[in-house]
Design a protein around this ligand. Structure first.
Ligand SMILES: NC(=O)CC(=O)C(=O)O
Length: 297
């Protein structure tokens, strides 16, 4: 019996390439969820923007309203596919992410969902740090041209296992979010994310390993597959990192599924050897106390 994890399990990260046909994207995602479940995954994660190509020019056309909840099949085919696939496979599905259209139809978000094995929605996370960057000669991407930001740290209790922290892509670069989720008892941080062929080689693995090392938790990063005919070249390399910051599974850039065994005793072992959790000095840095943070469980 481990401190944070009630039961060990296998996670499956689905690295898929989304094209321009939303129905095909959803059918492919559904097929891959079934495949991952058949291979024994009990928690299954999809990549950022799995129903649409990744790019500000696409978000309005692919966006779906998800409120009031539950949305009808017509309002949100993506939401309904995720819910029914979770139920059909008896797994937790982290369906992340899709462009969301707000109820008043004025605002777009980049939103991830977690469904339980009954197909019920447990949580949503709206990307909180928007991907606004400009690296001259390499990549310029201004998500805030179209999207609005979420405003919370998301911690989701999976009743069979324990708590995960859920955030999206650029959110991983902000260690504060990871830290809050970990301090609140998350055993794993899950990041659907579409880094690219510039920022991926620079920082993807470093970010994953850093969040795992700082917090002594598992980190799962699930990318789209690379499609060089699309306008955005995703990095791929979906991976799981253990609480010792070792990469325990990593894909290449093509479509595939990464599997990893999530073992609660590993968290306890690492924390026992390097006991950061009893050595923190909140008397020295009181502003970092999670009590002042906006979070939702
Ligand atoms: N796409 C993102 O949100 C983030 C990214 O590509 C990066 O941080 O690099």
């Amino acid at each position: 019996m481990s401190t944070l994890l009630k039961k060990n399990f296998k996670v499956g990260l689905i690295q898929l390439a989304a094209g321009s046909d939303k129905q095909k994207n959803l059918a492919k995602a559904r097929g891959k969820i079934l495949e991952a479940a058949k291979a024994g995954a009990q928690v299954i994660v999809l990549p950022e923007c799995f129903n649409s190509p990744y790019g500000c020019q696409y978000f309005p056309d692919y966006a779906e309203p998800i409120e009031p909840s539950p949305p009808s099949e017509e309002q949100s085919p993506s939401w309904n596919m995720l819910s029914s696939a979770a139920k059909e496979t008896n797994t937790y599905v982290v369906g992340a992410s899709i462009p969301e259209l707000s109820q008043d139809k004025k605002t777009y978000y980049n939103t991830a969902f977690v469904f339980n094995p009954k197909g019920e929605l447990l949580a949503t996370h709206r990307k909180t740090h928007l991907f606004d960057i400009d690296i001259p000669g390499k990549i310029k991407f201004i998500e805030s041209d179209v999207l609005s930001a979420g405003n919370k740290v998301t911690i989701v209790d999976l009743p069979d296992y324990g708590k995960i922290g859920l955030a999206i892509c650029y959110d991983v670069r902000f260690p504060e979010m990871a830290m809050v989720a970990a301090r609140k008892g998350a055993f794993m941080l899950v990041y659907p994310g579409a880094f690219n062929t510039t920022t991926g080689p620079m920082h993807w693995t470093l970010q994953a390993r850093a969040r795992a090392m700082d917090n002594q938790v598992y980190v799962a990063m699930c990318s789209p597959a690379r499609d060089t005919t699309s306008t955005y070249h995703a990095y791929g390399h979906s991976m799981v990192v253990n609480p010792n910051a070792d990469v325990i599974t990593e894909l290449e850039e093509k479509e595939d599924i990464a599997y990893a065994d999530i073992d609660g005793s590993k968290i306890d072992e690492i924390r026992k050897g390097v006991p950061l959790y009893t050595q923190r000095r909140f008397d020295v840095y009181p502003d970092v106390s999670a009590g002042k943070v906006r979070y939702e469980e």
